[in-house]
Design a protein. Sequence first.
Length: 221
Amino acid sequence: MKGLSFNFLSEYFPLFIEGLLWTLLIALLAVIFGVILGSILCFMKKSKFIILRAIANIYIEIVRGTPVLLQVYIVYFGLTAFGIRLGAFTSAIIALSVNSAAYVAEIIRSGIEAVDSGQMEAARSLGMTSKMAMFNIILPQAIKNILPAIGNEFVAVIKESSMASVIGVAEIMYASKIVTGATYRSMEPLMIAAIFYFILTFTLGRLMGYLERRLKASDSR
């Protein structure tokens, strides 16, 4: 029986580093676009217009109710039925952004609703419009509630980015597959991939915890 051997690292470690960089880039772009789309969905969901609320609710329920892998396949393979052919990297960004947006919309909504409703009433009594009150009074306070949750979403997207490997995006899991194919070893490359993911998520988790403590400390002053 073969024992574990990591001799391949001397040759393939740069491949994992490249995969790490691609993973971070995919996650960062997906969260940025997810926050933009999620903000739009949040305000659609809170709109007075029933059609906008219905569209936002349907979108959020469908996206949250289907697997990320399926969404990646739909963007990469399914859109070809409509004559739309996208590259693997672009497809991964779109699919993960679409998925993240559904969760970010709920994060932003809950952050806004956590602000005392009396704040809006007080702002309106001072002559502010609802829009002015939302952007000048409510949102600045809601951001403190939202930021830690957005950080957690970033951690979640880092793990979900592994789905991009199935369409050939050269992130961490794809690097693991390449090494397995070249060395005929399956466990060791997977262990290295797991270590990379753990380092990423653990580090970001600690950073988010630190940020959350700082925000709580500023509230208590």
